[in-house]
Design a protein. Structure first.
Lengths: 340, 340
């Protein structure tokens, strides 16, 4: 009987276990992190745990706190400080998501019914502020000024990155360097901080802290590139996922930048109309994807991501082999391979 | 020649110097605080210092950082930690103002042209987050976990207060206790923290830290009550100031609560229509003010403020007399007397 090897299927099979493997390795800690999250988002004002709980519950895979847990474990840490600090990382991430909602919702609300959106806006800003403050209270309880320094710097950088992103939105002449400055700040910096903290609590030498910071930074860059590419993935659309959000908002991401640089005048007229002027018609998203594919802009974006992913994995070279380390390198591949 | 004593004029004459006297006493520190503010709001992203600078420049009297400076001085502190911590307090206050703008602007934008408002919304959220993070970076530089604890708790409480305020908005049956819970959290807590920090840097005994916390808390409550009463002040309107903002938004403040409690059924129909349903017509604000005056709701609000003001001043009883202490008690009177 002939065996047909389905390359994509095989890769997926290898890839998915990477996330599961990491989850399994830090499962006990992850349960405790979730407990801290539930306890610490409590407030005498019921709307706060309601809204925060909703967002945190739907918030996905706990990727960032898992980085802290895995890094601490790889560093051989035996204590429990990683628990509350992983919760801090998730709180900061959730606060950012809530504030992003305001920024994005503002756009989407143009001309739409505003009553609910307004209420959502108000609550999102304030509950975000609350979670952000709670994160700092948790860090103060932990008592490490070093951790406080790392995460307060990360928070300031995230805000800077988001403002930079606003400034490049709808600017089709955004350079690749400007795009990388944005994603380093808004996404990768928190990945870097989350991983670095694992070495900090384990009181490992500076070289290991830097290695983990580099792992997180490069992983975060790869992660965001892939995320941005997925927003134009016909494959994702077939799976029933929404695509084209960035296109509709006129966000300038790597596939757009590469398509612009490689495109002719007529194509640039198209990009300007759709992304700068936001004058979009039926079929424009499909045409954008077709242009991207004609210039290999999506596959080359993933290649760029692979470069950063490779750097991330190499950063862990100074650590000896272990199941946790394997799960950390495997996770990088998993996040890049989800693009297929 | 007969001398006519103008009671109001005389009070104003005594009162205004209280603010000037405090400014003069901490003038040197205040200049340094402003330098820290300018330096620390800098960012490679030009929009951030532009927007933050605009808000901070127009931000008024630096009341909160002055509390830190004056408290430190009253405690005999000789160092300079109060400088950067006063800047932190102002950053947290400014971040709150920026986020309030989003919350309030969302309301005002109903049906209005949204393009500028949207841009303002996005930038306000993100620059607020940036300033908030910067405040924590400054605290980390200062290195006191105690200060970090005080200000991270204050920040979380402010957010809780703002959410509570959202929940009581348009609810004409809001109780006086709920109103006080809101203003304690959203306003008075930061006053309390600002003053307390003065004793903390001076390493004064706990009793003095508590006294200053109580001073700030009670002063902050008085301050907010007066602020809320001024929004219905015909006198303010004559001076060309905008009044009625709270009325138009359906915010339930103390003058409304007292008028509701003391009013008859017909009056409650009026309050429900204007504040719960936000169905407002020409002349409604004037009618609201007339109802308030018929129940002494405005003057009794100020009496409530005086009560908290008196408690604030008494809190400083354990400190020996000094020009700074006099300016701190004088400032309480000044803030209450501005209602006239």
């Amino acid at each position: 009987m002939a065996v047909v090897i389905d390359f994509k299927g095989q890769r997926r099979e290898n890839a998915i276990p990477a996330l599961d493997r990491m989850s399994a390795l830090v499962a006990e800690d992850l349960v405790k992190v979730n407990q801290v999250i539930v306890n610490k988002m409590d407030s005498p004002v019921p709307l706060i745990p309601q809204l925060a709980g909703h967002i945190i519950a739907s918030g996905g895979k706990r990727l960032r706190p898992m980085l802290t847990l895995a890094a601490a474990k790889m560093c051989g840490y035996q204590g429990d400080r990683q628990i509350s600090l992983a919760a801090c990382v998730e709180f900061i991430h959730t606060a950012t998501l809530l504030h992003d909602d305001v920024v994005d919702a503002s756009d989407l609300r143009r001309g739409a019914d505003s009553a609910n959106a307004v209420w959502g806006n108000q609550a999102s800003v304030l509950v975000g502020d609350f979670l952000f403050s709670r994160a700092f209270q948790l860090m103060v309880q932990d008592g490490s000024l070093n951790v406080l320094r790392i995460l307060s710097e990360a928070s300031a950088t995230i805000a800077e990155g988001e403002v930079m992103q606003l400034l490049t939105a709808n600017d089709t002449e955004t350079q690749e360097a400007a795009y990388f400055a944005v994603i380093r700040a808004k996404t990768a910096k928190l990945f870097a901080a989350a991983a670095e903290i694992g070495a900090v609590v384990a009181e490992r030498p500076e070289s290991e802290q830097e290695a983990l910071e580099s792992y997180g930074m490069n992983f975060g860059i790869a992660f965001q590139i892939v995320d941005d590419a997925l927003d134009y993935s016909a494959e994702q659309a077939k799976l029933g996922k929404t695509i084209g959000d960035d296109f509709r908002e006129g966000k300038i991401t790597l596939p757009v930048i590469l398509s612009w640089l490689r495109g002719d005048d007529a194509e640039r007229v198209f990009w300007r109309r759709t992304l700068a002027d936001l004058e979009q018609e039926d079929g424009d998203l499909e045409h954008a994807i077709a242009l991207m594919n004609s210039h290999s802009a999506l596959s080359d974006s993933i290649e760029r991501a692979r470069h950063y992913g490779a750097t991330a994995k190499d950063s862990l070279g100074i650590f000896s082999e272990s199941p946790v380390k394997q799960s950390m390198t495997g996770l990088v591949d998993f996040c890049i391979d989800r693009a297929y």
